[in-house]
Design a protein around this ligand. Sequence first.
Ligand code: KG4
Ligand code: ZN
Length: 357
Amino acid sequence: MSLILSIESSCDETAAAVVESGSRVLSSVVASQIAKHAPHGGVVPELAAREHLKAVIPVTEGALKEAGVTMKDISAVAVTQGPGLIPALLVGMNFAKGIAQANNLPLIGVNHFLAHIYGAFLDGGEALLKEKSTYPILALVVSGGHTSLLLISEDGSARQLGCTIDDAAGEALDKGAKLLGLGYPGGPVMQKTAETGDPEKFDFPRPLTGGAGRALAPENLYNFSFSGIKTALLYHVRKSRQAGICDEQWLHDTAAGFQRAVVDVLVKKSLSVLKNFPVKTVVVAGGVACNAELRRMMAERLGRRVDLRIAPPKYCTDNAAMVGGIAWHSFKKGDFSPLNIDSFARLPQIVNVPFVD
Ligand code: KG4
Ligand code: ZN
């Protein structure tokens, strides 16, 4: 049995967790900074770093306490290395290095993007990763920073099939919500507003899906674009204001139509991968995977064809359990990070994943 203490600080959540052998989450504590960033309409990197500075020690102490363990029980310290906001990442990284060195423990730097995928295998799902019948896995990672389709083979090699060429799906929802005056973060509030709306009332485009008689360039088969939906929303708002139809129901219908367009693109792109690859498992990961409409449509349109794995919402948004879970696979192989590792802002090219043993 090995217990990993993990730290996450890539964006606006300070999180710590204790995870046993890559699967059992003994504790997962998340301190959200949403209230601090909301007045700015988005995450302010320096503010995020300062909030991490305040929260990182109490959150870590909370995770150890909740797990009922002390540093003496811990086998390694895992930390998000990137991608993310550098000022925010540096706080978690520096802290993790400090506790690793002070307690003479190995340090494991973790790729946040891959950790999101691992979130779907926590709390018992890890056993599936050992089975041949699980592969290939198609991972749709949809968060505030990413919209990507990654194909993972049985030998652990991975191929990025496509990604967004402009905004990420979460970013589109956040910007759309801002435009509608719904507040920040946009995804959850867009979902709430859409609940009592008619998604068919207003039609929004589905960019790069080859609709409306427009041929899709081969290089964009698995790519996404969300800026067009956002612009369509802007025009829709202007036109509706001029027509004087912006009442309460209009807002609900608009949110429902906009959310449906974003979700529809995500589902369509996933389906087009299924047409061309013998995918056995589809993982939907990242903050946008919390979205009820996306979960429902994915289950409806892909659920019968593949094993669909979407983590519970607490492991979709940023958390440290996914970081501690994935790190166990590096721990087993003795694949540790030197104490001089640096954080990174951008996603490097992914050619393999560390969680296929
Ligand atoms: O994974 P995450 O917590 O942070 C990043 O790594 O970016 O994702 C945050 C994103 C935000 O854009 C937020 O609006 C979106 O996830 N999100 C949602 C929902 N909950 C969070 N989007 C749609 N529906 C939700 N229920
Ligand atoms: Zn994230």
